[in-house]
Design a protein around this ligand. Sequence first.
Ligand code: SAM
Length: 236
Amino acid sequence: MPTLAEHTAQSLDITLTPAQSDAFARYAALLREWNTRMNLTAITGDDEINIRHFLDSLTILKACPFEDGAKVIDVGTGAGFPGIPLRIAQPGLRLTLLEATGKKVTFLEAVIAELQLGSTTTVKARAEEAGQTRPHRAAYDVAIARAVARLPILLEYLLPLVRVGGICIAMKGKTAQTEADDSANALKTLGGQLDRIETFALPGIDEPHNLVIVRKVAHTPARYPRQAGAPAQKPL
Ligand code: SAM
């Protein structure tokens, strides 16, 4: 079974240092340990964690290399995906992990402390609230999300958080193009423009892995995001 460092080198041309490989191993151990007490992930095997959580998250760095110091927010991060793997692989990122469920935030705090991840903070809030508050609205260079909502809904969570000129990256499976097609009104309303969709193949996994990359080209009107629940109930 290849190691994570071998996977990242082969699939993504990303070299992990021994210290980074060790951080990933400790993160996997924490994930498995806490998963016995709370529902964090259905993926628990070593190789599965390496590929479906870590390698999958790191495709973002391959598609969109971030500058050191970039402010990144991971919306609906759950157990830290894709944000924490990105922060381990690129320590210069300034990362905010946004998650609505308190227990998951407690886990994220434990990972940050154990791995001594500087410039990494958690926010326990819904995206709809964060997008209307001062420290977060239009405050980020990049907003990312995996497995949180269909794209027309997700764009109402992500675009308000990003500065004009910044980008949103949505990790999607085979429905990426359909979801992008369904997002024309959300993009126009919220000030986004579809930049491109990048496709990756992960070792041993049949389904396509797509990154939908959206650029923010205009300010998001003040009424968006709407109140909590509204984007999902009545998508743009
Ligand atoms: N992104 C992680 C991953 O890919 O493993 C977690 C995915 S999990 C299926 C979706 C997560 O998004 C949950 O932890 C949920 O609490 C969070 N979430 C859903 N809607 C949210 C919202 N409006 N604001 C903040 N978090 C949200």
